[in-house]
Design a protein around this ligand. Structure first.
Ligand SMILES: [Zn+2]
Length: 255
């Protein structure tokens, strides 16, 4: 096939066919006729074709999708406001420290409609604090002393996997076992009340709410919190529960 015919084929929508044929004379009208034959998959005897299966385009992995999305997102943000990211380099001044669960369904910025700079965040399995957990304590200290945040919110949620883990604590092992232990202890302490609830959702939620209260008490017991409150600076502690089933946040009034 000569280059003109091949070029015509390339211009056509049929680009996945490879023709193995001796050069043939192309004349006006033949190309259209040939293309028509290809469409019908009927070929002149001097043309043999191999249908080369299209190479599958590898699907992007989730990390690749995220990197790709991020590029577009950053480009669009800059397009809408050329100083958008430059403005981010100024100091952050959030007024809230959100302490929530790592659960992928409870993204604080998404469910509160927050833009960058509004919510300082600590998330871990079961929104749990411990007076021996340096990570949590450092976040709280930085939030209170340096960022001078005015509100700390402990946010539990329904259908929490950490509560489920506490229900079956004896089957756990490794670090998660150590981490869940205080929640499991809380469950055992309140087992008759929790187990008496009619549905598993209610049982999970009840333990989640008790866990919020437990963590509010831990926060209030910290020296850094006591010192800040005593100094007269504004600092409020809140306990909330987020219902995955309907997207609502509820104040448990356990400050
Ligand atoms: Zn959770």
């Amino acid at each position: 096939m000569n280059s003109r015919a091949f070029s015509t084929l390339q211009r056509s929508s049929i680009t996945k066919l490879i023709f193995q044929a001796k050069p043939i004379r192309i004349h006006r009208g033949y190309t259209a006729s040939l293309l028509n034959s290809i469409r019908k998959q009927q070929f002149p005897p001097n043309i043999k074709y191999v249908h080369n299966s299209p190479k599958p385009v590898p699907a992007l992995s989730l990390p690749e999708q995220i990197l790709k999305y991020n590029k577009e997102w950053a480009k669009n943000k800059t397009k809408a406001d050329s100083s958008y990211f430059e403005n981010m380099t100024a100091v952050q001044t959030p007024e809230i420290l959100w302490i929530g669960c790592s659960d992928s369904r409870v993204c604080s910025d998404v469910l509160t409609g927050s833009n960058f700079g509004r919510v300082f965040t600590l998330r871990n399995v079961g929104n749990s604090l411990s007076t021996t957990d340096t990570n949590s304590l450092a976040v709280i200290q930085f939030a209170v002393e340096t960022l001078k945040i005015k509100h700390i919110v402990i946010v539990g949620h329904t259908f929490c996997g950490a509560m489920e883990a506490a229900f079956k604590y004896n089957s756990l092992n490794g670090p998660i076992s150590d981490w869940i232990k205080p929640i499991a202890d809380l469950y055992n302490k309140n087992k008759p009340t929790i187990d008496a609830l009619p549905t598993h959702k209610q049982q999970n939620q009840a333990l989640s709410e008790l866990n919020v209260k437990r963590n509010v008490d831990i926060i209030n017991s910290l020296d850094i919190i006591k010192k800040t409150k005593k100094s007269g600076k504004e600092l409020n502690i809140h306990g909330w529960i987020y219902d995955i089933e309907n997207g609502s946040l509820q104040d448990l009034k356990v400050s």
